[in-house]
Design a protein around this ligand. Structure first.
Ligand code: ATP
Length: 328
């Protein structure tokens, strides 16, 4: 907590983009202005902070963006921000605009950056979890996850149609280098027979046995959803292995890729982002520092950034028993 009152705040989006970031920016800008603060957009994440790419925002600057994917502030990954010199430059630029509070919308990497920055300099930082991966503890959902999962679902539903028509086994790779939530949720919601994610050890031979058993009873249409970061190295590797073991099966692979990042945010993401953006400004006004704004059980929840970057959400093994039973 700090006693100093903020008067000018900055907002930036950093790391991977996520649908709903714009809704969060809109909420920050309008809440700040409503409370008499001046609000500045820092463009291109920490890189824009270092390059002094900072623009004053008005209420109308965020008109017509709540429904748009991507981020109007642009996002970037900044190598220079890892260095003390880079962060010092960033600090001097914020100071030259009189900015005395910062809201960072991004994933755990961006929070690590915010943590370092606010420990070195007298600018309080508030984090908003903006990542399609949902791999941050301290919030039930992160901005962008719901949209990404719904995009994956609508693609997998289409694949199911053609898989069913041809009695094929489809392997679908979804995003998630370190986290399997997109795979888990989209797999369950599309009735996939198997879901392979980094957080859960898969017995691949059990998967093969189950496919052979299904083949015997003429259930030939099967979906396997794989997170790109699963232990086998993603969909291509899984496909290769299964093809070797089941040479007669008709197997296809689809990698969904970046479509999962784009598109208009869902209602859930717009509301989550609006609530988080609104509360982030209140946090700065109340003198909070170094916390992430989250929502747990529909209540606002504040987690120290130092904890948010370390802890991951836990995936209950029960999910996998359920997948097996529902896909039998
Ligand atoms: P996503 O989860 O979508 O990948 P992210 O926020 O985790 O998003 P990163 O690329 O990990 O994305 O981090 C974004 C930026 O945050 C980095 O490019 C860097 O500028 C800054 N950053 C990350 N870690 C640190 C750190 N330890 N020290 C200083 N800056 C950091």
């Amino acid at each position: 907590m700090t006693d100093k009152k903020v008067t000018r705040i900055g907002v930036l989006t950093s790391g991977g983009d996520a649908p709903g970031m714009n809704a969060a920016v809109r909420a920050v800008v309008r809440t700040g202005i409503y409370h008499g603060l001046e609000v500045f957009a820092v463009m291109r994440g920490y890189q824009g902070m270092i390059e002094n790419d900072i623009v004053k925002m008005e209420s109308r600057s965020v008109a017509n963006i709540i429904q748009r994917g991507g981020t109007i502030l642009k996002t970037a990954r900044s190598k220079e921000f890892f260095t003390p010199e880079g962060r010092k430059k960033a600090y001097e630029n914020l100071k030259s605009h009189g900015i005395d509070g910062l809201i960072v919308i991004g994933g755990d990497g961006s929070f690590n950056g915010a943590l370092k920055f606010s420990q070195e300099f007298d600018i309080p930082c508030i984090g908003l979890p903006g990542t399609i991966d949902k791999d941050i503890a301290g919030s039930d959902f992160t901005i962008g996850f719901d949209t990404a999962v719904n995009t994956a679902i609508s693609a997998i539903d289409k694949i199911r149609d053609t898989a069913d028509a041809h009695d094929r086994l489809f392997i679908i790779e979804v995003m998630g280098r370190d986290a399997g939530y997109i795979a888990l949720h989209s797999g369950v919601a599309t009735g996939a027979e198997h879901v392979l994610i980094p957080e859960h050890k898969t017995d691949i031979d059990e998967v093969i046995n189950s496919l052979q058993e299904k083949e015997k009873r003429k259930k030939l249409m099967n979906l396997i959803v794989v997170a790109e970061g699963d232990e086998f190295g993603g969909g291509e590797q899984v496909t290769k292995y299964i093809k070797e073991k089941l040479p007669n099966a008709d197997i296809k692979i689809t990698v969904l890729g970046h479509i999962q990042r784009g598109g208009s945010p869902t209602c859930a993401d717009r509301i989550l982002a609006s609530r988080m953006g609104y509360h982030a400004v209140l946090c700065l006004m109340e003198g909070r520092n170094n916390v992430m704004v989250g929502i747990v059980n529909d209540q606002m929840h504040y987690t120290p950034l130092v904890k948010a970057v370390k802890a991951k959400q836990q995936i209950d093994e029960d999910w996998f028993d359920m997948i097996k039973i529902l896909a039998s």
